[in-house]
Design a protein around this ligand. Structure first.
Ligand code: NAD
Length: 363
C-alpha cells in the first residue's frame, strides 16, 4: 500500500427530530451572538423550526442555484453589515453553496443543516457562476465546522427530487472509485455510501415519510460527499460539470441520468471497483445493480428531457475532452464521449456502452 489520504475536520451529528436543540448547542460552542441564517423563501418554514433558539438572528433568503456572483456579493455585504459571527444554512446544496461563498471571503464558520442529499455540506468545494460559467475551487474555509442531519427535515422533499438527489449521491460514490485521489479509505466510504443509498432510496420511494429510509439516505449522502471530497472529480463529474455549466441542465437530474453510462463505460476496465460496486448493490454486476435500482425508483433516463439536444453533443465533447482525468481506468477518445453522450441524450440502454469492441484498460 502506498497512498496519502487527507481527512477533513468536521463535527457531524445525526439526530432525527433534534435539529433545533443540536443547532443551538453548536452555535453556543462557537460563542456566537449574531447569526446569519441562509435559507430560501421556500425553506422558510423548515428554517423557522430549527432556528428559534438562536441569538441575534439575521435572515437572508436570496438563494439561487449555482450561486451567481452577484448573489454571493450581496450575501457577503449583508454578513459584514450585520456584523455576524457565524453562518447557519438550512436547505439544499444551493443554500449551503451561498453560505460557502460568504465563508470564502469572510472566513466565518458555517453550521449546516442540510435538507436534501446533495452532500455539499461535507466538502471543502465551493462553486460560483458568472455569465453562465461555473467556477469551482477548493478551500478549507468553506467546509462547515458542524453539520446537523435531521431526517425529519427531509420528509417534505418530494420523491422525484429525493430520487434525483440520492442518485447524485450515488454518483459521488461511484465516481470516487476511479477519481484522481482514489484510495482505500475513500473507497471504503464510497462502498458503504452505495449500500446506504441503495437501502434508503427505495424505502423513500415507497413511503416518503419513512424516517429510517430518510436516515439511510442522509447517511449515504454524507459518506458519498466525504468520499468525493477526498477522491476528487472523476470522469462522471467532469462530464456533468460541463453539461451543467454550458447547457444549464439541472444539477441532480443530470448526474442521475449520466451515471449509468459512465459506469458502463468504465466497468470492464476497472474490475475491482466493478466487483465492489456490484457487491454494495447486492447485484451480479455494477451496471445491473444501478439499473435495477434506477428502474425501481423511476430515476431520470434521458438528457433530452432536460433540454440537451443531439446537436449540442459536439460542443460538449470539445469541452469535456481536455478535462478527462488521467486517472480514468480507460483512455477516453472524442468518439467514446460522442457515443456516451448520444446514449445519455436518447436514454438508450447503458449496457450497450459495455460492449464497445475498443474497450481497453490502461494497465
Ligand atoms: P437545491 O438546494 O436548489 O434544492 C432543490 C429544490 O428542493 C429547491 O427548490 C428547494 O427549495 C427544495 N428543497 C430543499 N429541501 C427541501 C425539503 N426538505 N423539502 C422540500 N423541498 C426542499 O438543490 P440541491 O440538489 O440540494 O443542490 C444543488 C446545488 O448544490 C448545485 O448548485 C450544486 O452545484 C451544489 N452542490 C455542491 C457540492 C459541493 O461539494 N460544493 C456538492 C453537491 C452539490
Amino acid at each position: 500500500m502506498r497512498f496519502e489520504h487527507e481527512t477533513l475536520p468536521q463535527r457531524v451529528c445525526f439526530a432525527a427530530g433534534e435539529a433545533k436543540a443540536m443547532l443551538a448547542g453548536k452555535v453556543a460552542r462557537l460563542h456566537a451572538s449574531r447569526v446569519m441564517v441562509i435559507a430560501s423563501a421556500a425553506e422558510a418554514g423548515r428554517a423557522e423550526q430549527v432556528i428559534a433558539d438562536l441569538p441575534g438572528v439575521y435572515r437572508h433568503d436570496e438563494v439561487v442555484m449555482h450561486v451567481p456572483v452577484s448573489v454571493a456579493e450581496r450575501a457577503r455585504a449583508a454578513a459584514i453589515a450585520h456584523d455576524v459571527d457565524v453562518v447557519v444554512c438550512v436547505g439544499g446544496g444551493s443554500a449551503t453553496g451561498l453560505a460557502k461563498a460568504v465563508a470564502l471571503t469572510t472566513g466565518l464558520p458555517i453550521v449546516a443543516v442540510p435538507t436534501t442529499y446533495a452532500g455539499s455540506e461535507a466538502t471543502n468545494v465551493w462553486g460560483l457562476t458568472e455569465a453562465s460559467r461555473k467556477t469551482t475551487g477548493v478551500d478549507d474555509r468553506v467546509l462547515p465546522v458542524s453539520v446537523i442531519y435531521d431526517a425529519e427535515l427531509t420528509l417534505s422533499l418530494p420523491v422525484e427530487l429525493s430520487v434525483a438527489s440520492g442518485v447524485n449521491g450515488l454518483a459521488h460514490c461511484i465516481d470516487s472509485m476511479w477519481a484522481p485521489r482514489a484510495d482505500p479509505i475513500n473507497g471504503a466510504l464510497a462502498v458503504e455510501g452505495i449500500r446506504a443509498l441503495a437501502a434508503g432510496l427505495p424505502a423513500i420511494a415507497t413511503d416518503p415519510h419513512n424516517v429510517p429510509g430518510r436516515e439511510q439516505a442522509l447517511y449515504g449522502a454524507y459518506l458519498s460527499a466525504v468520499a468525493f471530497a477526498s477522491a476528487g472529480s472523476g470522469l462522471h463529474h467532469k462530464i456533468c460539470h460541463v453539461l451543467g455549466g454550458a447547457f444549464d441542465l439541472p444539477h441532480a437530474q443530470t448526474h442521475a441520468t449520466v451515471l449509468p453510462y459512465v459506469l458502463a463505460f468504465n466497468s470492464a476496465a476497472a474490475p475491482e471497483a466493478e466487483r465492489r460496486i456490484a457487491s454494495a448493490f447486492g447485484a451480479s454486476t455494477a451496471v445491473d445493480g444501478l439499473e435495477r435500482l434506477r428502474q425501481q425508483l423511476a430515476a431520470p433516463t434521458a438528457l433530452h428531457d432536460y433540454g440537451f439536444r443531439s446537436t449540442d453533443i459536439d460542443q460538449a465533447v470539445e469541452a469535456i475532452l481536455p478535462v478527462v482525468p488521467t486517472s480514468n481506468p480507460r483512455p477516453v477518445t472524442a468518439e467514446d464521449l460522442r457515443r456516451l453522450l448520444d446514449a445519455a441524450q436518447r436514454g438508450s440502454d447503458p449496457r450497450t456502452m459495455t460492449t464497445n469492441p475498443n474497450a481497453r484498460s490502461r494497465s
